[in-house]
Design a protein around this ligand. Structure first.
Ligand code: PEP
Ligand code: MN
Length: 345
């Protein structure tokens, strides 16, 4: 590990750094006369890195050495995350589609059949909705979760649904094949730790104000609990420009594919906020290297209580499936499909 200490450090702060190094089993060597660059030789663990970062005498950890964080690519092959019939990573792409929120059972069943027949392997839909206003529709809660369970029983499609409260993790886990952690919950450490303790895939959405580093450290909370099945989801970040709801950060998608071994998918719906832009953003996401998409789909967007303006029709979702197959093939990647569809497309 290589540390840069603050210039003209008081002796007691320098001693604190050296004492910590010794207690963690490192031997320390100053590399410069000003005693600012400190090389540490020793075990190297991610939590050690943070302990040094937390000391007021340390300006920066310039090189983490062997103290790799769990999300880091560090020469590792892609982690492949499987949820229901879906596979994300390792050149395999999968699609998640469905309404923003679970509202009515017949509609939910209809949407599940529509997206499943076109190539989605997982159905999305929030039973609990993290709305910006406390007066907006908050989701049907337990009733919505029951509807998701019924649709799964009826169609066999896997379920991705958001869990908002650490106390709900167990019951949501009884229905969901994959926990969704929403953008607003990305920094909720107790929730991340709770899903980390479960042995079930987690779809972690990037907070709309989060840096890539903060996003990766949120994933690290889950990984540090022993759950390696994390899929990152880029869903757009906030900008000064209201033309689109958010700005899809395709640069971050491409960066993440090399920075981490975890799969990365794109949610073009919340990035665009407009149904007419969902398909082009979906294409851009796959071209940037995404391992899949999550798309909001509804046959009659005028009837929904949340995000109707960004929902695409099932037929548009069908076009997105075809785009995904074609773009993924450009770099020898493949969309995972159920057998009859694979033959048809
Ligand atoms: C969602 O996908 O249901 C959602 C609420 O999106 P986000 O958390 O990205 O805002
Ligand atoms: Mn939504």
């Amino acid at each position: 590990m290589l540390l840069r200490l603050r210039p003209r450090l008081p002796a007691e702060q320098r001693d604190a750094v050296l004492a910590l190094a010794k207690s963690l089993g490192y031997s320390a060597t100053f590399l410069d006369e000003a005693t600012q660059l400190l090389r540490l030789d020793g075990p190297g663990r991610p939590d050690h890195r943070s302990q040094f970062e937390d000391l007021c005498g340390v300006q920066a950890v310039l090189d983490g050495g062997d103290a790799h964080e769990l999300h880091e690519r560090n020469g590792r092959a892609d982690t492949i995350v499987r949820a229901g019939d879906a596979c994300f990573g390792g050149g395999l792409l999968s699609l998640i589609a469905g309404p923003c929120a679970v509202e009515e059972y017949p509609r939910l069943l209809e949407i599940a059949r529509e997206v499943q027949s076109r190539g989605a392997l997982l159905l999305r839909g929030g039973a609990w909705k993290p709305r910006t206003s406390p007066y907006s529709f908050q989701g049907l809660g337990d009733e919505g979760l029951e509807m998701l369970a019924r649709v799964k029983g009826e169609t066999g499609i896997g379920i991705v649904t958001e869990v908002l409260d650490p106390r709900d993790v167990e019951k949501v886990g009884e229905v969901a094949d994959m926990f969704q952690i929403g953008a607003r919950s990305m920094t909720n450490a107790p929730l991340l730790q709770e899903v980390g303790r479960m042995r079930k895939p987690v779809l972690l959405k990037r907070g709309f104000q989060a840096t890539v580093r903060e996003f990766l450290l949120a994933a690290e909370y889950v990984l540090a609990q022993g759950n390696e099945q994390v899929v990152l989801c880029e869903r757009g970040i906030r900008s000064f420009d209201p033309t689109t709801r958010n700005v899809l950060d395709v640069g971050a998608v491409a960066h993440l594919k090399s920075a981490t071994h975890l799969p990365v998918i794109v949610d073009p719906s919340h990035a665009a906020g407009r149904s007419d832009l969902v398909r082009p953003l979906a294409r851009a996401g796959i071209a940037a290297g995404a391992d899949g998409l999550m798309v909001e789909v509804h046959p009659d967007p005028s009837e929904v209580h949340s995000d109707g303006s960004q929902a695409v029709l099932p037929s548009t979702f069908g076009q997105i499936v075809e785009d995904t197959i074609a773009i993924a093939a450009l770099d020898n990647r493949r969309l995972v499909l159920k057998r009859p569809l694979r033959a048809a497309l």
